[in-house]
Write a protein that binds this ligand. Structure first.
Ligand code: 13P
Length: 273
């Protein structure tokens, strides 16, 4: 099933998919092991930074081979695509889905660019996600400005033909200084205004109960990245403090296991949603 159809199915069922960013073989393994153990679908995400780190074709080949190895229902998605050129390269390399992030552009320009991405992706039968509103990126202010306006969301979806919409309702990328409080009322209004599956960015650190509430009112995809990096690096650092072992094949597995347990925990939250 392609991701557009899967997100629609998930939307009908009132559930959601986790979309987990991976950075190397080990984080990819951890995510897929979680999905395989719980027999859950998962979206695997790459950002420009991760693509530059691993190389586009090696990252795609590795993801495809590992999806087959673990026999998991999974899709490869470009997270925060920032140019038509990057989107095009990812589609050509075989991504199932792309995000075009025009959230920092003026509304008209965001609509125009996103529409071009939708047309481009149609040639590949790929899913398209876009963002409307301000979800603070790493290092940006998390002041409550630029939340998604329901009427703008309606216009945006109609004029772009996008398949999924990331909304700004109080989440932010990276760790939170204070417990976030999602604007569930606003989410309800957006949900009533548009019929596409909605996406929640900044999933790391949002309390489970708020995740469940958000899923009840239209969130169908939740992104998690920071917690994965954190789980992996904390576990690796603990290992390195305990041993002089230089065989990385012995010190990486506990870090991979930490990612697996983290993602299993996230998936369990949705199973009870
Ligand atoms: P976090 O890093 O806060 O989990 O956000 C992930 C994300 O939204 C990626 O697009």
């Amino acid at each position: 099933m392609n991701l557009t159809a899967k997100l629609k199915e998930v939307q009908r069922n009132g559930s959601a998919l986790w979309a987990a960013n991976f950075y190397n073989l080990e984080t990819l393994q951890g995510i897929l092991q979680a999905a395989a153990e719980l027999i859950q679908p998962v979206i695997l995400q790459l950002t420009r930074g991760s693509i530059e780190y691993m190389g586009l074709n090696p990252a795609v080949a590795m993801a495809r081979a590992m999806i087959t190895k673990y026999n998991v229902e999974a899709w490869l998605h470009l997270d925060h695509g920032d140019s038509l050129e990057l989107v095009d390269r990812c589609l050509e390399a075989g991504f199932d889905s792309v995000m075009f992030d025009g959230s920092e552009l003026a509304l008209g320009k965001n609509i125009e660019m996103t529409h071009r991405v939708v047309e481009l992706a149609a040639e590949y039968g790929a899913n398209v996600e876009a963002e409307l509103g301000y979800v603070a990126k790493l290092g940006q202010s998390t002041e409550q400005v630029g939340f998604t306006e329901p009427d703008e969301a309606k216009r945006f979806v109609e004029e772009t033909g996008v398949n999924a919409l990331a909304v700004a309702i109080g989440s932010a990328h990276g760790f939170y200084k204070q417990t976030p409080k999602l604007d569930i009322e606003r989410l309800k209004e957006i949900h009533a205004a548009v019929d596409v599956p909605l996406v929640l960015h900044g999933g790391s650190g949002i309390p489970d109960e708020q995740i469940r509430q958000a899923v009840q009112v239209g969130i169908c995809k939740i992104n998690v990245a920071t917690e994965t990096k954190n789980a992996f690096m904390r576990a690796l650092s603990r290992q390195l403090k305990q041993t002089d072992e230089i065989d990385l094949r012995k010190v990486f597995p506990p870090a991979t296991a930490a990612v697996r347990e983290l993602i299993k925990g996230k998936m369990a939250v949705l199973q009870t949603a």
